[in-house]
Write a protein that binds this ligand. Structure first.
Ligand SMILES: Cc1cc2nc3c(=O)[nH]c(=O)nc-3n(C[C@H](O)[C@H](O)[C@H](O)COP(=O)(O)OP(=O)(O)OC[C@H]3O[C@@H](n4cnc5c(N)ncnc54)[C@H](O)[C@@H]3O)c2cc1C
Length: 408
C-alpha cells in the first residue's frame, strides 16, 4: 500500500507539466469557440490522441498509479484548460471504465480500442444509464433487455437521456433491466456495437455550460445484440441474479452495495474536475485583482477583494485534499466508512460553483461578459453539483453511511 502523500513525485510532476502545457496551449485557446459552437471539438480530441492524452493507455497508467494521485492530477489540469472540451476528451473513459469494471478480458480487448479509435480516425464512446424517470433514483430504470435464447441475442428497448456522447458514439454502453423484480440488483450492462440497427439519437440538449460536450437522448427500439455483448457474460449474470433472488426471498442479510462502492471510487475524479475549473477561475480573478486599479490602487488592496481571494484559495486547496485523500483510499482499497468519495465530490463541486461566482464579482462588468473566461467557467461549474450524483444525493449517501443505514 502506498503511503498517503501530498507531494507529487518527479514522474508525476513531469506528467502534470505536460498536461498543463496541452491545456494551456491547445484546450484553453479553443474553449470560447467550441462553447459558442456547442459541438464536439473533434480537432482538439484528435490533437489529444496524437500526443497520447486521448487513449486508454494514458488513463490506465494514471488509474493504476499506486499513490492515487494520477487521475485527480490529470483531471485537474485538463479541466483547468476548459471543462467542456476536457469532458469531450475524458467522456469516453466513463464507458471504458464500465467495460473494464464488468467486462471479460475478451470484451475489454474487443471494445475498448473501438471506443477510442486512433489519431487518424478518432471515435468516442457513451455510457447510458440515466432515463427521463430514473435520474437520482436509478432503481426506477425502465429500459428492458430480454434474452432470446433461440438466437443467443439480447433485445433492448427503452429511452436513455443525458448521455454524454450519446448518439455520436462508436460504442454505447447501456444499462438495462434484466429482472424487474430485483430493483437495481436486476440491472446489467450491455455493449451496443457500432451501427447497430434500432439505436438512434433523440434530442440533443442545448445546455447552460460544458457546451462543447455533446449530451443527448439515446433511443433503443428493438436493438438486437449478440449474447457476447452482455458485459461479464451470461453465466456470471445468472449467478448474480440467483444470489439476489435468494436474498430477496429470505429478506435477510444485506450485502454491501457494489455499485455504491464503485461510485465512491469514481466520484473523486469528478471532484478533481471541479477543482480544475475552480482553480482556473481563481487564477483569473487573482491576476485581475492585482492589475485592475480603482481609486488609485489595485483592487486587491481592498480587504473586501483580498479576503474573497483568500477564501477562494483556501477552499480550493481543501477541496483538492479531500479529492486526493479519497483517490488514495480508492486505489489502496481503503473502505469508505464515511463516504469520503462522496464528501470529496460534494465539497469540490460546491466550491467550484462558489469560487467561479466570486471570480465574476471580482472582475466586475468584465466578469459578466464572454470577453473573459470566468463567465464560461461559472456556467460550466454548475454541472459538477448535478452529474455523477447531485449534491443532495452526496449528502444523503454521506449521512446514511454515517448512520449505518443502507443506501439503495
Ligand atoms: C451535462 C450532463 C451530462 C450527463 N452525462 C451522463 C452520462 O454520460 N450518462 C448518464 O447515465 N447520465 C448522465 N447525466 C445524468 C446525471 O447523472 C443526472 O442528471 C443526475 O443523476 C440527476 O438526475 P436528474 O437530472 O434526473 O435529477 P433528479 O433525480 O430528478 O433530481 C432533481 C432534484 O431533486 C433532488 N433529489 C432527488 N432525489 C432526492 C432525495 N432523495 N433527497 C434530496 N433531494 C433529491 C436532486 O438532488 C435534484 O436537485 C448527465 C447529466 C448532465 C446534465
Amino acid at each position: 500500500m502506498a503511503e498517503f502523500t501530498m507531494e507529487l513525485n518527479d514522474e508525476q510532476k513531469e506528467v502534470r507539466d505536460w498536461l498543463h502545457g496541452f491545456a494551456a496551449d491547445v484546450i484553453r485557446p479553443a474553449a470560447a469557440e467550441w462553447d459558442e459552437r456547442e459541438e464536439t471539438p473533434w480537432p482538439v480530441i484528435q490533437e489529444a490522441a496524437k500526443v497520447g492524452i486521448y487513449s486508454l493507455d494514458f488513463y490506465a497508467q494514471q488509474y493504476f498509479d499506486p499513490t492515487g494521485l494520477g487521475i485527480p492530477m490529470a483531471m485537474e489540469e485538463l479541466f483547468w484548460g476548459d471543462a467542456g472540451i476536457a469532458l469531450s476528451i475524458v467522456g469516453t473513459g466513463l464507458a471504458a471504465v464500465g467495460v473494464l469494471a464488468n467486462g471479460t478480458d475478451e470484451q475489454i480487448g474487443t471494445w475498448i480500442p473501438q471506443m477510442y479509435g486512433d489519431a487518424d480516425d478518432v471515435k468516442v464512446a457513451a455510457f447510458c444509464s440515466s432515463e427521463p424517470d430514473a435520474g437520482s433514483d436509478v432503481a426506477s430504470m425502465r429500459t428492458r433487455a430480454v434474452y432470446d435464447e433461440a438466437k443467443d441475442e439480447w433485445v433492448i428497448n427503452g429511452t436513455k437521456t443525458w448521455a454524454t456522447n450519446g448518439g455520436i458514439a462508436n460504442v454505447h454502453v447501456v444499462v438495462a433491466v434484466v429482472d424487474p423484480e430485483l430493483g437495481s440488483k436486476g440491472h446489467a450492462s450491455f455493449i451496443i456495437p457500432p451501427n447497430t440497427p434500432g439505436l438512434s439519437q433523440g434530442q440533443k440538449f442545448k445546455k447552460h455550460g460544458i457546451r462543447a460536450s455533446h449530451t443527448a437522448e439515446v433511443v433503443l427500439e428493438n436493438v438486437r445484440i449478440p449474447g457476447s455483448c452482455l458485459l461479464g457474460g451470461k453465466d456470471k449474470l445468472d449467478e448474480r441474479l440467483a444470489r439476489a433472488r435468494e436474498r430477496a426471498k429470505s429478506g435477510g442479510e444485506r450485502v454491501k452495495n457494489a455499485a455504491m462502492a464503485t461510485f465512491e471510487a469514481s466520484r473523486p475524479a469528478v471532484g478533481a474536475m471541479a477543482v480544475g475549473t475552480a482553480r482556473a477561475a481563481y487564477e483569473e480573478a487573482l491576476e485581475y485583482a492585482k492589475t485592475r486599479e480603482q481609486f488609485g490602487r489595485p483592487i486587491i488592496d481592498n480587504q473586501g477583494v483580498a479576503f474573497q481571494l483568500a477564501d477562494m484559495r483556501t477552499q480550493i486547496d481543501a477541496a483538492r485534499l479531500l479529492v486526493w485523500r479519497a483517490s488514495w483510499m480508492a486505489v489502496n482499497g481503503k473502505p469508505f466508512t464515511a463516504a469520503e468519495g462522496s464528501m470529496s465530490k460534494l465539497f469540490a463541486s460546491e466550491t467550484a460553483k462558489k469560487v467561479t461566482a466570486q471570480a465574476i464579482q471580482i472582475l466586475g462588468g468584465n466578469g459578466f461578459t464572454r470577453e473573459y473566461p470566468v463567465e464560461r467557467m461559472h456556467r460550466d461549474a454548475a454541472i459538477y453539483t448535478i452529474f455523477e450524483g447531485t449534491s443532495e444525493i452526496q449528502r444523503l449517501v454521506i449521512a446514511r453511511t454515517l448512520a449505518g443505514m443502507p443506501i439503495r
